[in-house]
Design a protein around this ligand. Structure first.
Ligand code: SF4
Length: 66
């Protein structure tokens, strides 16, 4: 994933959170969420993503590990 190619990255971004300046900037998005013990939107299926709960606990629960 090319972190500078915002337009191309948006083809793959499933984040529905409005107004985030990191949208399409995958390196910044990943760094932001990992530094908060979270996962970015693209790790979550649509219904889980819409809750905006990006926590590791939520991620593990949808993977059947929590
Ligand atoms: S996953 Fe988080 S950092 Fe990434 S675009 Fe969505 S709200 Fe922004």
């Amino acid at each position: 994933m090319d972190c500078q190619n915002k337009e191309k990255n948006m083809d793959f971004c499933n984040c529905s959170y409005p107004g985030c300046p990191r949208k399409g900037l995958c390196c910044e998005c990943l760094r932001y969420h990992l530094s908060n013990d979270q996962m970015p939107a693209c790790f979550f299926p649509p219904e889980a993503e819409k809750t905006y709960d990006r926590s590791l606990k939520h991620y593990l629960s949808i993977k059947g590990c929590g």
